[in-house]
Design a protein around this ligand. Structure first.
Ligand code: HEC
Ligand code: HEC
Length: 288
């Protein structure tokens, strides 16, 4: 197709023509141009003010010194500062008074649950249900006492943790391994111990067993086997067993080899506020 001559009169065209379609050469609209200029200025200002060009480690810092990491850090600090008041109150309060202060109680229970989940659940089970050798913390049966002070001491300093001299001590002796009792005597005791919690046993064994028990065991477990929180000797007269389920075989193992359940000390690993929170959490477990 023949090229049309470019028209000289208005409106001006660029001179391009294709299939008779020509392109006007109008100036760009002002508002459009200004928007373009503003975005360019904005872009340059942004690059100067904020972190922009990637470098090997990080990016150009920008004049304002802004950093999303610093912002997050500030946010965390602000949140911590807000909690600092509660933490101070919980540390300064009387242990027994924490649970009667609604605000502290709620804070401690919520914080304590999170601390428990992270630090304690691997041994005590989620929600403190326990496992073989790891006591259930939901029931009202306590080896070392279940008052808030007792629980606080147990958590602060642990049980049989040799790194903490302020912790709980008291072992179930290895009567067999250390040859304090003959295997036959241990058999009699293993058969006798279930009777402390009401199981039927042969009267001859009961008599012999009781004599052996009073001689060898009552010092720690008390005469009726109900245990003593000062040495952490388990209550043998309830139906709750730390090891096994009250079967003769497990009891024989316990008497022969002894037991030394180890609960770590938490002083230095958790703050005093955290220890108090998790103590309140444990104390209120099962209470609702
Ligand atoms: C490494 C395993 C382990 C971890 C982790 C652990 N515990 Fe224990 N805990 C034990 C054992 C084992 C016992 C029982 C010790 C015994 O036989 O006397 C125990 C006992 C206790 C007792 C005493 C129970 C009673 O009947 O008197 C409390 C309370 C307790 N733990 C709370 C906690 C809390 C709270 C945490 C987390 C901060 C925690 N434990 C973390 C192993 C653990
Ligand atoms: C020096 C103190 C002491 C003496 C003596 C002692 N015990 Fe123990 N016994 C303990 C302690 C402490 C525990 C808890 C061990 C643990 O928590 O790991 C325990 C635990 C047990 C358990 C485990 C209970 C459970 O819930 O699983 C049995 C069974 C037991 N003792 C029987 C005996 C018998 C039988 C004798 C006498 C031959 C005896 N004990 C003598 C301190 C003693």
């Amino acid at each position: 197709m023949a090229k049309k001559p470019v028209k000289k009169e208005d409106p001006k065209t660029t001179g391009h023509s294709w299939d008779g379609i020509e392109e006007f050469n109008n100036p760009l609209p002002r508002w459009w141009l200004w928007t373009l200029y503003l975005t360019i200025i904005w872009g340059i200002a942004y690059v100067i003010a904020y972190p922009a060009w990637p470098l090997i480690n990080g990016a150009t810092p920008g004049l304002l010194g802004y950093s999303s990491r610093i912002e997050v850090k500030n946010d965390i600090e602000a949140a911590n500062a807000a909690l600092e008041g509660l933490n101070t109150r919980i540390v300064e309060a009387d242990l027994t008074a924490i649970e009667s202060d609604e605000e502290l109680l709620n804070y401690a229970k919520r914080g304590g649950a999170a601390i428990f989940f992270t630090n304690c659940a691997q041994c005590h089970g989620e929600g403190g249900a326990g496992a073989d050798g790891f006591p259930n913390l939901n029931d009202d049966d306590w080896l070392w006492g279940g008052s808030i002070e007792d629980i606080h001491l147990t958590i602060s300093h642990g049980i049989r943790d040799e790194t903490d001299y302020d912790g709980r001590v008291g072992d179930m002796l290895a009567f067999g391994d250390d040859q304090m009792l003959e295997p036959e005597q241990i058999d009699i005791l293993a058969a006798y111990v279930p009777s402390l919690s009401g199981a039927e046993v042969d009267p001859a064994i009961a008599e012999e067993g009781q004599a052996l028990f009073l001689d060898n065991c009552a010092a720690c477990h008390t005469d009726d086997g109900s245990g003593d929180v000062f040495v952490g000797s388990a209550d043998l007269a309830d139906h709750i067993w730390l090891y096994g389920d009250g079967d003769e075989e497990t009891i024989r193992q316990t008497i022969t080899h002894g037991r030394k359940g180890l609960m770590p000390s938490w002083t230095g690993k958790l703050t005093e506020a955290q220890i108090r929170m998790v103590a309140v959490y444990v104390h209120t477990l099962g209470a609702e």
